[in-house]
Structure formats: C-alpha cells, structure tokens
Design a binder for this molecule. Structure first.
Ligand code: ATP
Ligand code: MG
Length: 414
C-alpha cells in the first residue's frame, strides 16, 4: 500500500471506487435527471473495463468484477464532470464485526503512522451504530491490533469509514475529481474550434459546466494544406472523452476569405472573418439544435479580441457567444491545455485559416458600423449559405484509452 494522508493507502489495483458529487445537491427537483446522466457518463468513461455494477446508494458506487489498475480508473473518472471527489475503497463487509475482522486481518498494512483518528460517515441511517460509536469502537480495535495511538486533533493517519446501504467501506485514498456538472444537463453548444491552444480549452470549460458540444472548424484549403483539419479531428476526439461521440463541421473558408480581402479594407479583415464565421456557425448551430456558440477568445489577448472588436463580432450574432477564457491569462490557458492533454496536439505547426491572408496591421478599435459598411461590398448572406452548404460533417468517437499493461486480457471486454 502507498501511504496517503487522507486514507489508509491505495494498492495498485482496486475493486471498489466511490465518487462524490457536490453541485448536484443544489438542483432540487432536477436531481433525478442529473443523477441518471451522471451514472450514464460514468458508465461510458469506464467502458471496456470489467465493471460489475454501478449504483448510487448515496455516492456513485462502482464495483469491478476483478482488480483493475487504479491509475487507469482514476484517469478515466477524471473525465467525468460532476464528480468532485474519488475514493478508491475496500469493501469491508456489512456489519461492524465484519469491519473489525477486516481491520484485524489488514493490521500490518493499516499501520502507516504513529497516530491515527477514525472518521466515519454514515448514510445508512438504519445501521445499528452511530458514526460516533463506530469511530470509538474501531479506534479501540485499531489501537490494539496496530500499536498506533489515537490522536483526534492532529493524526498522522486518518482512517475513513463510509457506511452505505450496500455495505461498509474503508477509504484507501482521497483524490479530487474534475468537478463541474454532468455533461448532458446544461444544453448543447457549437464550439468554434481552430486547432490552436485556446479553443480546445474553451470547449473543455464549457463541457465542464454540463453542456454537450458539437464543433465547427474553418480551413483555407486548397490555398493552405488541410493539416489543421486533422488537428481539429484529433482534438475533438480527445474532448469527446468527456462526452462521447460528437460532430465536427469542416468548412472550406478560403474563397470567402479571398472575397473579403478583395472587397474590404485590410485592417478590418480579421474581425470580418470572425463575423462570417459566426454567421456560418449559427446556421450549423440552429440545424444541430445548439443554443449558443463557444469561442476561445480572451480579452485583449490579440488585436481581434479587444472590447470594441468583440462588440463588433457580437453585433451580428443572434445567439449567445460564450467565451469561457475571457479573463484567463495566456499562461493559465497553456497550463490548462497541458493538464487536459490538448496542448501537444495544439502546438503542432500548421497554417491556420486566419494566418492565410492575414493583415499586416490589424486594428484594435473596429466599430460594428465600419464592419457593416465594408460588408456592403460582400454578399454576406450568400457567402454564409454557400460556405455552410460546402461543410462536411465528420462523426467522431472519443479517443481510445491506451490499453493498460497491467490489466489482464481477461479484464478487457470488447
Ligand atoms: P485559438 O488558440 O483557439 O486559435 P487564438 O488566440 O489564436 O485562439 P484567434 O485566432 O483570434 O485567437 O481566434 C479566436 C477564436 O475564434 C478561436 O478561439 C476560435 O474559437 C475561433 N476561431 C479562430 N479560427 C478558427 C477556425 N479556423 N475555425 C474555427 N474557429 C476559429
Ligand atoms: Mg487561432
């Protein structure tokens, strides 16, 4: 066992895992739906592992039919928004005597400190002993069988016991979950995904608040290679680990960009591109019943993301544009991208459609009126229709999990 300050230590393999959720309890009457969706998402995240049962006596309770590597379970449950804490646990039976026997049998591995305290949570209110009874009685037994001393104020080891309807669990470790709300409980959005560093993180944060996401990517092929499309597909597959399969609209944007370049002042170009993207994205979003767009814009990160320029973009939008990164620094975004695993794909070099026909001096204070005047020379509605018509829809599954070397072939299910 590996000693853990908030549990008795986790073996490399686990048979039972409990997971807690927090915000769901705030949702009153909707709680039933939230819990159903959460369990479905847990089931999806664990697909392919030998799961015997997933239930919800109080917390999410997972039982595997054989031992499964904890790092793998932890990584997979780390994609399930709505879970705010994960406890690998040992099932110690159903009665206090079972618990006592379990602790005596494992005394050597439990003794990982000089002092300890027992903390008990009891959601099974029919259990004959109160939490305090269990703490006191188990404390005595552990003192005897491990030689550790009780220290309630400042213990080296906290032995956590959870009493649920389905039995008594001994907590081996406590690790934070990803937090947020279960994907599928907050509606649907369309993410404008560039393949850069920012928009995948924006998508992640939107998913974290419980939305389901589809994606749209604009590329400038044939003027620029289509490497950005492969990147977008790879990033969507990674993000899909949080939500299951989704759609990506792949949109050729080069001809429309060329028309904007030929007909409009150079300084307005990037904002005009973005306004066109929003027009096209809204058409796709309506068709796919998405209620908002999501972008990776962050205030003042680049010239097109100043308040006046964002306002000029918003002026033509008919649905909300969510910008989860609006107040994050670049370094914070990079840190998040590294943590969620999209950074490595995002930094692969590729020609972006926005670097195609990029203006030399983008302007920071563009008004919506100036954009509208420039667009008088471009048939924006025709372009939006035309570009949307040429969109190709790709259906993408979640990126497969690496197959663990520790998992026995017997444990792998098709
Ligand atoms: P990113 O790292 O997401 O590309 P960025 O900092 O490079 O963002 P911009 O290039 O100004 O910023 O793009 C702002 C936002 O516009 C992006 O985060 C994305 O949501 C959207 N966007 C930009 N280019 C594309 C594209 N080719 N396809 C789809 N959306 C795009
Ligand atoms: Mg970009």
């Amino acid at each position: 066992m590996v000693p853990s300050p908030s549990g008795v230590g986790v073996q490399q393999h686990v048979r039972h895992v409990l997971a807690g959720f927090h915000e769901l309890t705030l949702k009153g009457a909707h709680r039933g739906k939230f819990e159903r969706v959460l369990l479905r998402n847990v089931r999806r995240a664990l697909a392919g592992l030998p799961v015997a049962e997933i239930s919800l006596p109080a917390r999410v309770t997972i039982r595997f039919s054989e031992d499964v590597p904890w790092p793998e379970v932890r990584q997979r449950l780390g994609t399930v928004f709505g879970l705010n804490v994960l406890w690998p646990v040992a099932h110690a039976g159903h009665t206090f005597d079972d618990l006592a026997d379990y602790c005596r049998a494992h005394a050597a591995t439990l003794a990982t400190g000089r002092t300890f305290a027992v903390r008990c949570r009891r959601s099974n209110k029919r259990f004959p002993l109160t939490s305090e009874d269990i703490q006191r009685r188990l404390g005595k037994i552990l003192e005897e069988c491990t030689g550790m001393g009780v220290n309630l104020a400042n213990p080296e080891l906290t032995v956590r016991v959870i009493v649920q309807d389905d039995g008594i669990y001994l907590v081996l470790a406590r690790v934070p979950g990803p937090g947020g709300l279960p994907v599928g409980t907050s509606g649907k959005v369309l993410v404008l995904l560039s393949g850069g560093i920012d928009s995948p993180v924006a998508a992640y944060l939107a998913l974290k608040r419980g939305v389901t996401a589809h994606f749209i990517h604009f590329h400038s092929a044939p003027y620029v290679g289509d490497a950005s499309v492969r990147k977008a597909e790879e990033i969507v597959a990674l993000l899909n680990r949080h939500q299951g399969a989704s759609r990506l609209a792949v949109v050729p944007f080069g001809e429309c960009q060329k028309d904007i370049v030929a007909s409009c002042p150079e300084a307005l170009r990037v904002v005009l591109y973005r306004r066109m993207m929003v027009r096209v994205a809204e058409r796709v979003a309506r068709r796919w019943r998405c209620q908002a767009l999501v972008t990776g814009e962050s205030l003042n990160q680049v010239a097109s993301q100043t308040l006046p320029n964002l306002a000029a973009i918003d002026r033509i939008a008919r649905m909300p544009i969510l910008r989860p990164l609006i107040s994050l620094d670049k370094q914070e975004i990079v840190d998040l991208a590294e943590r969620i695993g999209t950074y490595e794909v995002s930094i692969l070099p590729y020609p972006d459609c926005c670097s195609f026909l990029q203006p030399r001096h983008p302007t920071t204070g563009i008004s919506a009126a100036a954009c509208a005047a420039a667009e008088a020379n471009v048939d924006v509605e025709r372009w939006a229709r035309e570009v949307q018509r040429q969109a190709q829809v790709v259906h993408l599954d979640p990126a497969p999990w690496p197959i663990s070397m520790n998992l026995t072939p017997r444990g792998l299910r098709p």
